[in-house]
Design a protein. Sequence first.
Length: 227
Amino acid sequence: MKRPTARQIAGMIDHTLLKPDATLGQINQLCREARENHFASVCVNPFYIAQVHTLLKNSNVKTCSVIGFPLGASRSPDKVTEACSVLAAGAQEVDMVINIGALKDRNDIIVMHDIAGVAGACHSHGAILKVILETGLLTQEEKERACRICVEARADFVKTSTGFGNGGATVEDIALMSAAVKSAGLGVKASGGVRTYADACAMIEAGATRIGTSGGVSILKEALAAK
C-alpha cells in the first residue's frame, strides 16, 4: 500500500490537547497550527470550545470537544447535557467515552442508550459523534460488541482511546474495529500513542480514517521529509 502524502495525513488529523494543565496560550497555538497545516479538527476540553470555535472561524478546521471524559462514567442524561452545551458553544464534532463498566457487565442496553442520546444531540446540530471505546481495558469480544452497539446507536466513528487509560491505539485494534464497522460506513479513529509518521501510516493501512494526536506538526514534518 502506498504511503499517504503529507496533505492526505493532515486532512485526517485531530490536533489534540486534552491535558488538565492546558493553558489558553497553548490552545491558541494549537489552533494556529491546525489552520496553517489544514488539519481535520482541533480537539480540546469543553472549557475551551467557544474560544476554539472563534479562532477557527472562516477555516476548514472543525471544532471538536470531548464528553464524559476521560472515564465515561457520567450518567447518560449528563452526557447529553454536556454535549448540548458544547454544541451550542460551537463544537462540530464530539468524542464521547462509553460507559465501560456497563459494557463489561453486558448491560448493552445501557451502553446503547448512552451513545444514542449523545448521537441524537449531535445529529440535531449537524455534528458528528466519535465514540471512545478505551480499547486497552477491553477484551476482543468486548471491542467487537462495543463496535456493534456503536453501529446500532448511530454513531459516526469508533475511536480507540482517551490517551489517559491503559494503553493506546494498536494496529490490531484498528483492524478489528475497521472490520466491525466498515460495512455500516462508520469511520475509525486511532488515538493514543500515535506520535510519528510511521505510526500514522501503520494505523491508516490498518483501516484508520482519522488520527488523534498532539504530534500532528512533527508527523507532517516527517511526512514531508519522506517524499
